[in-house]
Design a protein around this ligand. Sequence first.
Ligand code: ZN
Length: 287
Amino acid sequence: MQIHAIKTGTVAIKTRQQQGGRGSGALRMMNTMLGPTWTNPLPIYAWVIEHPEGVIVIDTGETARTAEPGYFPWWHPYFKLAVKEFVTPEEEIGPQLRTLGIPPQKVRWLIMTHLHTDHAGGLSHFPNAEILVSRPEYQLAAGLNGRLRGYLPNHWPDWFSPRLVDFDPQAVGPFPESFTLTRAGDVHLVPTPGHTGGHLSVIIEREGVSYFFAGDASYTEQTMLDQVVDGVSLDNQIAQQTLQRTLNYARQTPTIYLPSHDPDSTERLTTGGVVFAEGRPVPASAV
Ligand SMILES: [Zn+2]
């Protein structure tokens, strides 16, 4: 089973969004948007897994169309104040898949961790895939309310009609619910709400190691280890619970942790860098 990282350009956000905000709810969001400092441009990763049962893609990255005037809603403060994206047409996921020798129409499953624009921007490359989105995520992102929350459902392809995932009461480590995708039972979707209300992560088991595709459940491995809630989570408690479960999972199972915007994700993927490699102390608080 081959796993590839695809970097679809970069995104800069406010440091507070990445490193943790202040306050809660809408106030936290406002505080983040008004933050004085920016991160460096961070990678926007999507992932491709050549699974024996079919090619799996996790997230679609961003589109070069974001450079077109009017692509982002002028009236939305987040896009005005708190995000800068840099994507060229060749960096979109479709062309990069073709370079890997994987025609996008050959993709069997496309799993969306959530529907923010930098994850859903490449949807148009996958008209033939079965697309999976958690039911609450789809409900939060669709329509006018979705637009107010900062999603861009107006840019979804006309044919976009994902399979809405309801989780089963089947525990995967500390996650009490999951959805198992493959007959082999080696690909699990687990709910990891916080960054968005319907966020999910994907756990793929291969040769005794778990590849944990975290989406934006945390921006980096370090913020997960430090249990730092990001600056756009609307419910601190829910986000905290997700971070705690993720840390506990990594304690119990050798885990390669792969957030979408962590500059070190690809190195961990290629070198097999697990969270708790020998010599790194396991925090007692994670018991
Ligand atoms: Zn996001």
